[in-house]
Design a binder for this molecule. Structure first.
Ligand code: NDP
Ligand code: 2IT
Length: 448
């Protein structure tokens, strides 16, 4: 397949040239296209119709000014983004990230990943991402509300339950979704529940959506271990971050008999050898919006490591749940040396290419974000389904649906990796499953 490899290298070189300076986007594209040679070999029609080239170019990119006034009356200006990457399988779907590091390259990497992740779920959703370089940290509720209202005042014209359906991501939780939906409803004069997901269950949100990404990443870890005749019961685990994904990953790990000894935020790491106190973490993070260092004021036997490296703490299962490129090659080596046997990516692209190589060489079961954290967006699709039928499912039924979806994702990725000669490689499995579904739909639509 040397000519196919050359073709893929050319596509990648063109992506770099056409999208200068967007290193995270380049990284996400490379990680996918590097696994597609055997697919093009089997399906020359994908190459003939330039499917990869088309997938790498977003269908639309919207960049807009978000002006708002802070509590002192000072005018602030942020930049808002929405990238509709691919709508072959359904309306654009993907979260909004509010974080000071946001720029077009971050939104494009996330939107690109979302195409394949959403396809892997098997649900009718296209891929998108959006957000702003707004930092909600330290802002009052009133400031966050004014920001969200200004953001939606531009974004609303691009959304719709059949067009583009955002949700949360870093810095966007139930509070922000409330302000965003409120403004959408007000401007459009429509109570269009299905236009955004991650809503509060008090006004149209689905039960289990809040828990879904974290729970799903744990279900995926459980499936990877099961495939090796093992389980999470009794395992020592570490989870990075202490936000939405991390909290509900910890909750499900504990429910399945694992001991979670560490979590973090962007300031530092909490190590609590006898196991984390989750109700305290929820109180500090979800209710009081405080820093994880405050955990050690309550539990004197816990250690707080300012700027510490979470991955230096010995564990058997690691769940990155914070942000991109948080787990590098050196950290991966340390994890392997300390006996880590499984990694399930709750975050998007948290492991660097060097880190992934280390895990592959060491035979660590590695669940890439496109598969392992797909439970969040899959449950968003279930929320859309409930909104469309004006129905509301129970927690138990919704969680059962989520678990079935994760088992299915694991099985298809596992089978597809084996079909393409790389048994146990979930990266190859997830990329190929997602790519084939999108590619087949694009072929059917002709050149659009
Ligand atoms: P939250 O905002 O709830 O929490 C993010 C956590 O990660 C916080 O503890 C935060 O610390 C930490 N963090 C964020 N950015 C950085 C950074 N640059 N360096 C170090 N730590 C950082 O977000 P979520 O839990 O929703 O998202 C976490 C990850 O999961 C993201 O990668 C997201 O894309 C991914 N994801 C989320 C889904 C969802 O449904 N929410 C679905 C699928 C994936 P601090 O408070 O100090 O900033
Ligand atoms: O990265 C992700 O999958 C999300 N932030 C959730 C997207 C969604 O639409 O639920």
């Amino acid at each position: 397949m040397p000519e196919i490899k050359t073709r893929i290298e050319k596509i990648y070189a063109q992506v770099i040239q056409r999208n200068p300076g967007e290193s995270e986007f380049h990284q996400a594209v490379k990680e996918v296209v590097d696994t597609l040679a055997p697919v093009l070999h089997k399906h020359p029609e994908y190459a003939e119709h330039k499917i990869i080239e088309r997938i790498c170019e977003p269908e639309r990119q919207i960049i807009f000014r978000v002006p708002w006034q802070d509590d002192r009356g000072e005018v602030q200006i942020n930049r808002g983004f929405r990238v509709g990457f691919n709508s072959a399988l359904g309306p654009y779907k993907g979260g909004l990230r509010f974080h000071p590091s946001v720029y077009l390259g971050i939104i494009k990497f996330l939107g690109f990943e979302q195409i394949f992740k959403n396809a892997v779920t098997g649900m009718p959703i296209g891929g998108a991402k959006g957000g702003a370089d707004f930092d909600p940290k330290g802002r009052s509720d009133a400031e966050v509300m004014r920001f969200c209202q200004s953001f939606m005042t531009e974004l609303y014209r691009h959304l719709g339950e059949f067009t583009d359906v955002p949700a949360g991501d870093i810095g966007v939780g139930a509070r922000e979704i409330g302000y965003l939906f409120g403004q959408y409803k007000r401007i459009t004069n429509r109570y269009e529940s299905g236009v955004i997901t991650g809503k509060s269950p008090k006004w149209g949100g689905a039960l289990v959506r809040k828990e879904a990404t974290g729970y799903g990443a744990v279900f995926f870890a459980e499936q990877m271990l099961k495939a090796r005749g093992d389980s999470l019961d009794g395992k020592t685990c570490v989870v990075s971050g202490s936000g939405n994904v991390a909290i509900y990953a910890i909750e499900k790990l504990q429910a399945l008999g694992a001991r979670v000894v560490a979590c973090s935020d962007s300031d530092g790491v909490i190590h609590h050898a006898r196991g984390l106190d989750l109700p305290l973490i929820k109180q500090l993070k979800e209710v009081e919006r405080r820093r994880i260092r405050d955990y050690a004021q309550v539990h004197r036997d816990a250690q707080y490591l300012e700027r510490g490296n979470l991955w230096h703490i010995a564990c058997q299962v690691a769940l990155p749940g914070a942000t991109q490129n948080e787990l590098d090659e050196a950290s991966a080596r340390r994890l392997v040396a300390n006996g880590c046997i499984a990694v399930s990516e709750g975050a998007n692209m948290p492991t660097t290419p060097g880190g992934i190589r280390v895990f592959e060489e060491a035979g660590v079961a590695f669940g890439p974000g496109k598969a392992a954290n797909a439970g969040g967006v899959a449950t968003s699709a279930l929320e859309m389904q409930q909104n469309a039928s004006r129905d509301a499912w129970t927690f138990e039924y919704s969680e059962q649906r989520l678990q079935e979806i994760m088992i299915n994702i694991h099985r298809t990725c596992h089978e597809t990796a084996a079909e393409f000669g790389s048994p146990g490689n979930y990266i190859i499995g997830a990329n190929i499953v997602g790519f084939r579904r999108v590619a087949d739909a694009m072929l059917a639509f002709g050149v659009i």
